[in-house]
Design a protein. Structure first.
Length: 99
């Protein structure tokens, strides 16, 4: 049952709708109403999406840094500062990374 609830939350999120639209959809399809923990499913999906996105951005940043350093002969301290922003969380101090 948990997977069905998560899929419903994901579907509603994908089309830009929320719990009210899920209730209407379930009513039209003659399904039981969405669980009371609809927003917990959205929170779980958000956490998973954030982890995957952060992993891919970090991978892309490392790939770009290694490509730039191998192509231009620069060391990592000379690479653009913007790439390092993706590797840090918003509350970390970036002042030590400024080239």
């Amino acid at each position: 049952m948990y997977e069905v609830n998560t899929r419903l939350a994901y579907a509603m999120r994908s089309v830009g709708k929320g719990e009210a639209a899920a209730k209407v959809f379930c009513g039209v399809m003659n399904l039981p109403t969405p669980p009371k923990r609809f927003y917990e499913s959205l929170h779980t999906l958000n956490n998973a999406t954030e982890k995957v996105a952060k992993m891919f951005v970090e991978l892309a940043a490392h790939e770009t840094l290694s490509f730039k350093s191998s192509q231009s002969g620069k060391n990592l301290s000379e690479i653009d500062f913007e790439f390092l922003i993706f590797l840090k969380s918003p509350n970390q101090d970036l002042s030590n990374d400024i080239p």
